[in-house]
Ligand binder design. Structure first.
Ligand code: FNR
Length: 395
């Protein structure tokens, strides 16, 4: 794993390891991939204005979130069916994050009982996909709390399934329906076939959706009523309010991009917002998280904003923090690491971010992530008149 020098290297390794349909599921986006591509472009559109000759001999990237101190402002975003990428994938991701002291969010669409994941990583956050039905939500909240999980993340940008053409072309769907394209893809990747697919079937049987509701869901190869996406389209702020009144832990809403929604979340007592366009996997053509962030930070001061979608480098993390994020999450980078080398690969992804952030802080002339601000940034291509003030903005 040590020869993976960047997230891009982990992506290449994952592409070689996974059947094309599963690599496509992880790497792909919806419709024309406008948002997926824009997510990268948004980071590239900012440049640093470094400040050397300040003492950066000691640097800190520690961050406090919801009462816990983490070693770096980068956590693992919730991702469904991680088990398709590696044997016992949920546990491997949870362990990698725990050992690194970085946040980990278990997806509702995971296949390991949340109780087992919470044992492996007591700081696990749980991400819920909820129907607009308090009779279903209530018992789930009790189950999550009983497992000792203290952070609940409600994802709100998957009202229904999005259109992902690559998945249809590759024969991929959830629930997974065995078909010739899928089977052929598996046969072409014998290491994955034996090391993951066969091993999983022998050791654990057909994976089930374990964590959508208070009770075990169906197998990932069959649609079970009430399991997947059922009733979610009817969900509104009413359910978030209802949850807030009953959930004693930290409550986050994931998938907001509007300043007015950040204000709304704050006004009903939500503890944090994940500013996200779901990594370009839902509505295509949305604003990028990075472009949405400053207005949200301005509108809801004090509300922890955690940004995801498109982060691939330590410099991306620094840009997000400078523009108002408290921390960040990464999806595909961790999943590529997982696919490439299991827990060690996911750990490598997290370690790459940590090392890059440390180096980049020093080169930027900023000893602590808490001191990052727009003072360190300017727009790409802009000619500066003073420090970070564009020439054209001078009176
Ligand atoms: C996701 N994402 C996601 N989000 C969520 O709230 N619940 C989920 O079950 C999933 N599942 C999922 C699977 C896979 C394979 C990916 C790549 C993503 C979205 C995820 O949490 C996050 O918002 C994005 O992945 C962030 O973008 P990057 O870091 O992948 O560019």
């Amino acid at each position: 794993m040590n020869n993976a020098l960047s997230i891009r290297d982990l992506e290449t390794a994952a592409r070689k390891r996974l059947p094309a349909s599963i690599f496509g599921y992880v790497s792909g986006g919806s419709e024309d991939l406008l948002t997926l591509r824009a997510n990268r472009a948004a980071f590239d559109a900012w440049r640093f204005v470094p400040r050397p000759l300040v003492n950066v001999a000691k640097r800190s990237q520690k961050v406090e979130l919801f009462g816990k101190t983490y070693s770096a402002p980068v956590g693992i975003a919730p991702m469904g069916v991680a088990t398709l990428c590696h044997f016992d994938g949920d546990v491997a991701l949870a362990r990698a994050a725990h050992e690194a002291g970085q946040p980990y969010v278990l997806s509702a669409a995971s296949t390991t009982p949340l109780e087992r994941v919470a044992q492996v990583n007591p700081d696990t956050w749980y991400q819920a996909y909820l129907p607009a039905d308090t009779a279903v939500i209530g018992p789930l909240l009790e189950r999550v709390a009983a497992a000792g999980i203290g952070v609940l993340v409600v994802t709100v940008d998957v009202q229904i399934a999005s259109m992902r053409e690559n998945e249809i072309r590759n024969g991929f769907s959830i629930p997974l329906r065995p078909n010739p394209t899928l089977i052929m893809g598996g046969l072409l990747r014998p290491r994955w076939l034996l090391g993951n697919f066969v091993r999983t079937l022998l050791a654990q049987g057909v994976p089930h959706f374990e964590n959508f509701t208070a009770t075990r869901g169906g197998p990932i190869i069959r649609a079970t009523p009430g399991d997947h996406r059922a009733g979610r389209a009817a969900m509104t702020w009413e359910e978030i309010r209802w949850i807030r009144e009953r959930w004693n832990g930290a409550l986050l809403v994931k998938g907001l991009l509007r300043a007015s929604d950040a204000v709304m979340a704050q006004s009903i007592g939500v503890d944090g917002v994940v500013v996200s366009n779901h990594g370009g996997r839902q509505l295509d053509g949305t604003v990028t998280s990075l472009d949405a962030l400053p207005a949200m930070a301005l509108a809801a001061p004090g509300l922890p904003l955690i940004l995801d979608s498109g982060i691939r480098r330590g410099t991306d993390v620094l840009k997000a923090l400078a523009l108002g994020a408290h921390a960040t999450l990464v999806g595909r980078p961790a999943m590529y690491g997982l696919a490439a080398a299991g827990q060690a690969g996911a750990a490598q992804a997290l370690a790459l971010f940590k090392r890059e952030i440390d180096v980049d802080l020093a080169l930027l002339g900023c000893a602590d992530i808490a001191q990052l601000s727009t003072d360190f940034l300017c727009r790409a291509g802009e000619v500066l008149a003073a420090d970070n003030i564009p020439l054209k903005e001078l009176p």
